[in-house]
Design a binder for this molecule. Structure first.
Ligand code: ARG
Length: 578
């Protein structure tokens, strides 16, 4: 049984009632037990409606049969049948209290470990070398890191890899430009490299001779010319240092060891193509080698190709991605492939997966998922840019976040002066991450400091405040609860809060199932809100009795643990004091 997951527990009871009364087998999930907003109702069960249709019976009649056979008097009050056949369920307070007992001693706060762990390779961040990371790379890093944490927490083996754009034609022009500038070989800082890229690009577009030399450079690079390779390494290393700084500031778990740039797969490209050829996938078209995944056509109805070898013999983005799939599945023996990459590349991945299945690299034992996401927009609703219209550099943005966070710290902060920079960082970086994660990832969202740092809203600051406040209660009371103390529910606000605290498991489950971190942020917001009502309505320092005070201390402590764990699964810190 999944400890602490109230909805599933009730689902199990409903499933048992159906077996007894109608001889129908369903899973606990199929009982569709959802939290209810109706006054005095905690959960609603909708299964009678869908079943009635299948059984050719009246839904209210089915509901009555379920209720008649339901063995749940220990957990719920007398169920009520409402409307066309909903079953309204209200938990018994005594049951909530006994569930709380097991939660208090459980480090996982009820979240179960999966029965069959998978080995999962997750591709996230994956910026391009020799260009500064910009805000577009932010979403991939934040979402990928949060999903890695969630999947790891429930027991999967997660292997992140950074598919750096570190190979291919742009390097010809970059290296050629490097050899022609006076400071060739000097240590370039990354901001210089950014400008450097622009210069090289301009030369490439304007000067056909340069373009020819750049193309020759690509051949030299691919042919393993030593001097060319050394220059290339310089460019890559400089970029890596910069990326690592950003990951550290962002608190993202991607490390230098997780770098598997496009260059890594270079030695495997020829074999990859041979295998595609042997699998009968390759067609020649205008001198290029192509694959045509079935079902992909353009507006005119022509089949869409992925080019695996250009007519000049060069390999492209798709070829490397085929080699990547082959490597992770075959050599690294992963079960599943996840790609956290912007939605514009959705078709690319669907085409890759289709061919990889036909080639036999992916089988029914593997899942491969493109986890797409929308863009970050400025307040004008257009692509997020700096005031002067340039692309926003990630490092600048994150510095600004920490600066802005300083403004929302309380005047009479409980934080020691020495710790304030760390706390400002936790708030500022947390706000940027939370704003990203709390939006449905497939949608675009608007980047607004005011909104993402609002103390009273669906923000990380709000949950961080609730957590710090929960922890400050026991400091103020100055004692810990008796060892035998229990949570006893008196006030409605206590009941509401406890009910929320018991529902971390389905929130985590939902976030994982849909690769949808916003399901978890939504839960944390509701929990912080329930705590805030509790905080206003249920005094702890001046509680009517020691028993009540103990219970409230336990509730506050549990709130802090739920918020801290929930935020940490999203890669967001929860400072103990604010
Ligand atoms: N470097 C690419 C870009 O910035 C993203 C790579 C995503 N991963 C992949 N396996 N194709 O667009």
């Amino acid at each position: 049984m999944l400890r602490g997951d109230v909805g599933l527990e009730l689902g199990q009871r409903v499933a048992a009632a159906l077996r007894v009364s109608l001889g129908v087998e369903i899973t606990p999930e199929e009982a569709v037990i959802r939290p209810s907003n109706r006054d005095g109702v905690d959960f609603q069960c909708n299964v009678a409606m869908s079943l009635a249709k299948k059984l050719g019976k009246n839904p209210r009649e089915v509901a009555a049969l379920i209720v008649g056979a339901l063995d749940a008097a220990d957990a719920v009050e007398e169920p009520e049948i409402a409307g066309p056949g909903f079953i309204n369920l209200t938990l018994r307070t005594s049951w909530l209290e006994s569930e709380a007992v097991s939660l208090l001693t459980d480090d996982r706060l009820g979240v179960p470990v999966v029965e069959s762990p998978r080995r999962i390779a997750i591709d996230y961040s994956s910026p391009n070398v020799a260009k500064e990371m910009h805000v577009g790379h932010l979403r991939s890093a934040i979402i990928g890191d949060a999903l890695s944490r969630l999947l790891t927490f429930v027991g999967h083996e997660v292997i992140p890899h950074n598919h750096l754009g570190d190979w291919g034609t742009p390097f010809g022009m970059l290296i050629e430009h490097l050899t022609e500038t006076s400071d060739a070989g000097d240590d370039h800082s990354i901001s210089d490299l950014n400008a450097f890229y622009q210069e090289a690009r301009q030369k490439f577009d304007a000067d056909p001779d340069f373009a020819t030399r750049a193309r020759k450079r690509v051949v030299a690079l691919q042919g393993g010319d030593e001097r060319t390779l050394a220059l290339w390494r310089d460019l890559v290393d400089e970029s890596l240092r910069h990326f690592q700084q950003v990951y550290e500031l962002l608190g993202v778990g991607m490390t230098a060891e997780d770098s598997y740039g496009e260059s890594f797969y270079n030695p495997f490209l020829a074999d990859t193509i041979t295998e595609l050829q042997n699998a009968g996938q390759i067609e020649e078209s205008d001198g290029a080698l192509c694959v045509f995944p079935p079902g992909f056509r353009n507006r005119d109805g022509d089949r869409l190709p992925l080019i695996v070898r250009k007519s000049d013999g060069g390999y492209g983005y798709a070829t490397t991605d085929f080699a990547t799939i082959r490597y992770w599945i075959r050599d690294r023996k992963v079960d599943d492939l996840l790609y956290v990459v912007g939605s514009p590349q959705s078709q690319h991945f669907q085409m890759l997966f289709a061919i990889a299945r036909q080639a036999g690299w992916l089988t029914d034992d593997h899942t491969s998922v493109h986890i797409g996401f929308g863009s970050i927009l400025g307040e004008d609703g257009k692509m997020f840019r700096t005031r002067t219209g340039g692309t926003v550099k990630l490092a600048d943005l994150l510095q600004e976040a920490v600066f802005e966070a300083g403004k929302v710290m309380p005047e009479k902060s409980e934080v020691d002066a020495a710790d304030q920079p760390d706390v400002a960082r936790a708030i500022g970086i947390g706000a940027v991450k939370y704003a990203d994660l709390s939006n449905d990832r497939e949608k675009d969202y608007v980047f607004t400091w005011d909104k993402m740092l609002a103390k009273n809203g669906d923000t990380s600051v709000y949950s961080q405040y609730a957590n710090a406040r929960a922890l400050s209660i026991s400091r103020k009371v100055g004692r810990v609860p008796e060892a035998a103390a229990r949570i006893v529910v008196g006030e409605p606000a206590e009941r509401e809060l406890l009910l929320k605290l018991l529902q971390l498991p389905p929130a985590v489950q939902a976030a994982i199932e849909g690769y949808a971190p916003h399901k978890l942020t939504g839960y944390l917001f509701e929990t912080a809100t329930a705590f805030s009502t509790f905080y206003n309505e249920c005094p702890v320092l001046t509680a009517p009795s020691q028993e009540v005070q103990d219970s409230r201390l336990l509730l506050a402590d549990l709130t802090s643990r739920v918020l801290t764990l929930g935020l940490s699964l999203l890669g967001i810190e929860a400072p103990e004091r604010l």
